[in-house]
Design a binder for this molecule. Structure first.
Ligand code: OAD
Length: 218
């Protein structure tokens, strides 16, 4: 089966990485305009770099959890593509080979003047001429076309750990539903009124993904 998986911060929550929204979320301690916007990078690069240094360190120290691992193992029997909004590398470290990062990658940096991203695992000092290889608010999402194709060509869309509040990523659910695809959503706090025809598994990623595999793919 061709399976497209859309993941968000919630899949890495059980690895100890903070989500964005809700109590204790990153956007409670920071305004995204101050740390994740082109204007912030121009006006206060120290704060922007410190924010991503902190997140890079947390990601370096985190380990993939059972949900990342179960999705990687699915590749043995199915054609799986992961479309993630996450900038951490936990899907890759769990062994997933087809991972499309919609919002960029923490472990890469790219020249401010444009050009190829390069691997970067340590703190990234401002002043080097490089910026984190992440998508800021207001910037384009370069992989959106590829992600839309992945969903259009899949038999099923599994959505794990995203509040579906940020577009264009959230629009992928509509892409799947409009084409009559099966959509399954794993989230311990799912939206109060999920679209009809969505199977909601209201559990954390580790047990919810396992339930999906046991009940849908058995
Ligand atoms: P959010 O923080 O908006 O949503 C996280 C979701 O994960 C919520 O629906 C939680 O209920 C759910 N969740 C929490 N714990 C979970 C667990 N153990 N298992 C499964 N789900 C769990 O994060 P995203 O939807 O990823 O963009 O946010 C989307 C984008 O907004 C991010 O990529 C980022 C942010 O601003 C940029 O920085 C461009």
């Amino acid at each position: 089966m061709k399976i497209a998986v859309l993941t968000g911060a919630g899949i890495s929550a059980e690895s100890g990485l903070a989500t964005f929204r809700g109590a204790g979320g990153l956007w409670e301690g920071y305004r995204f305009e101050d740390v994740a916007s082109p204007q912030a990078l121009a006006e206060n690069p120290e704060l922007v770099h410190r924010f991503y240094d902190m997140r890079r360190k947390a990601a370096r120290e985190a380990e993939p959890n059972a949900a990342h691992q179960a999705l990687a193992a699915l590749e043995r029997e199915h054609e799986v593509t992961i479309v993630t909004q996450n900038v951490d590398d936990l899907h890759e470290r769990a062994g997933s080979r087809n991972v499309l990062h919609l919002h960029g990658e923490l472990m890469k940096a790219r020249p401010l003047k444009g050009g190829e991203a390069i691997p970067w695992r340590d703190d990234l000092p401002p002043g080097l001429g490089y910026r984190p290889h992440v998508v800021f608010f207001g910037e384009e999402v370069p992989s959106m076309g590829d992600a839309t194709l992945v969903v259009m060509e899949a038999d099923l869309l599994l959505v794990v750990g995203t509040s579906l509040q940020v577009y264009p990523a959230a629009g992928l659910v509509g892409v799947a539903l409009r084409r009559g695809k099966r959509v399954v959503l794993v989230d311990p706090n799912p939206p109060p009124e999920p679209p009809q025809r969505v199977w909601v598994i209201a559990e954390p990623a580790t047990t919810g993904v396992a339930r999906f595999i046991a009940e849908e793919l058995a």
